[in-house]
Design a protein around this ligand. Structure first.
Ligand code: NAP
Length: 283
C-alpha cells in the first residue's frame, strides 16, 4: 500500500519506521526539508519532500502534525487527492478535528495512538512505539465503513490494542487519563520549585528518587503538546480538573482536621482501585 505521512516527528517518524518495515511504500511530507532528508537517510520513508502534491499517489494519508496544523493540512491536501484516498490523523484530541475534517473530506477517520515519549521531533522517532499500546479510531455516522476497515487493518498490523469510540467519549476519557495527569504533574513540579528556602530545595533535589521521577514524568514533556491538549480539549480538561480540585480539597480537609481514619479509608480505596483500573495493562 502507498502510505503518506505528513509531519515527520515523534509519531509520524515512528509510524514510518514500523509501516515501512511491514512492506508499505512510505511517502513523507514535513515542514522542513532538512527533516525530509533525515527521514530518507534513516530509512523511515521511501520518498520525502515539503510539498503535499507528492501524496497524490497515496492510498492512505496519516496526518501527524501538531494539533493546530491538522485541519489546515487536510484543507491543503484535498486538491491533491483522488476521491477514494483515506485520510486519518493521530491527534490527541478528536471532537473538533473529526467535526471539521469529516465535513471537508468524507473519507476521514479520526485516530489516536496512545503511545509517546517525553521527546519530540524526528530524532525521537523509534521502532515499535505502538506495539502493545491502545490505538483508538473515532468514526462518526458519515464515516464510510470501508475507510474504517482499512485504517483498522493498518493499526492492527502494528500489534496495537484496537478500540473504537465516539470523538466525544474519546475526549472525555483522555481528559482523565492523559490531559489531567499532564496538568497535575506540571503543578507538582511547579509547586516544588516554589520552595522558598534554597537549602531545602537543593536537599529535595538530592533526595528525589523513583517516586518523584514517576509522578513528575508527564509534567516534564513537550510544552507545545500540553498547550494544544488544553486548547482543543478545554471543556473536558476543566471538568476533570475541577473534580480533581474537589478531591484534593477533601484530602486537605482530612489532614487539617487530623481525620486519620477518613484519610486511611480514602487511601485504602485508591490502593484497591489502581490495580483494578490498570488490570488489563502489561506494565
Ligand atoms: P512532533 O514530534 O513535534 O512532530 C510533529 C512534526 O510535524 C514536527 O517535528 C514538524 O517537523 C512537523 N510539522 C509541524 N508543522 C507541520 C506542518 N504544518 N506541515 C507538515 N509538517 C509539520 O510531535 P508529535 O509528538 O509527533 O505529535 C504529532 C501529533 O501526534 C500531534 O497531533 C499529537 O497530538 C499526536 N500525538 C502525540 C503523542 C505524544 O505523546 N507525543 C501521542 C499520541 C498522539 P519539521 O518541522 O521538522 O518538518
Amino acid at each position: 500500500m502507498n502510505i503518506g505521512i505528513v509531519g515527520l516527528g515523534l509519531i509520524g517518524g515512528s509510524l514510518g519506521l514500523d509501516l515501512r518495515s511491514l512492506g508499505h511504500q512510505i511517502l513523507g511530507v514535513s515542514r522542513r526539508s532538512s527533516t525530509c532528508q533525515e527521514a530518507l537517510a534513516r530509512g523511515i520513508v521511501d520518498d520525502a519532500g515539503v510539498n503535499l502534491s507528492m501524496l497524490a499517489a497515496a492510498d492512505v494519508v496519516f496526518i501527524c502534525t501538531p494539533l493546530g496544523a491538522i485541519i489546515p493540512t487536510v484543507e491543503e491536501l484535498i486538491p491533491h487527492l483522488s476521491a477514494n484516498t483515506i485520510v486519518t490523523d493521530v491527534g490527541s484530541v478528536k471532537t473538533p478535528i473529526v467535526k471539521a475534517a469529516a465535513a471537508i473530506w468524507p473519507n476521514f477517520v479520526g485516530g489516536h495512538p496512545m503511545a509517546g515519549t517525553a521527546e519530540s521531533g524526528l530524532d525521537a522517532a523509534i521502532s515499535n512505539l505502538f506495539a502493545g499500546n491502545p490505538y483508538v479510531l473515532t468514526p462518526v455516522e458519515t464515516t464510510p465503513a470501508n475507510a474504517v476497515k482499512v485504517v483498522e487493518e493498518i493499526v492492527r498490523s502494528l500489534a496495537c490494542k484496537f478500540y473504537l469510540c465516539s470523538p466525544e467519549n474519546h475526549d472525555k476519557a483522555v481528559a482523565w487519563i492523559s490531559h489531567l495527569p499532564v496538568i497535575v504533574s506540571a503543578g507538582l513540579i511547579d509547586a516544588c520549585m516554589h520552595e522558598t528556602d534554597p537549602n531545602v530545595l537543593e536537599l529535595a533535589q538530592q533526595l528525589a528518587s523513583s517516586g518523584f521521577r514517576d509522578t513528575s514524568r508527564v509534567g516534564g514533556g513537550n510544552p507545545e503538546l500540553g498547550v494544544m491538549m488544553a486548547r482543543y480539549n478545554k471543556g473536558e480538561l476543566l471538568r476533570s480538573l475541577q473534580q480533581y480540585r474537589h478531591r484534593v480539597d477533601e484530602l486537605i480537609a482530612h489532614i487539617e482536621q487530623s481525620d486519620w481514619h477518613a484519610l486511611e479509608e480514602k487511601l485504602k480505596h485508591t490502593q484497591h482501585s489502581r490495580p483494578e483500573f490498570l488490570a488489563s495493562k502489561n506494565f
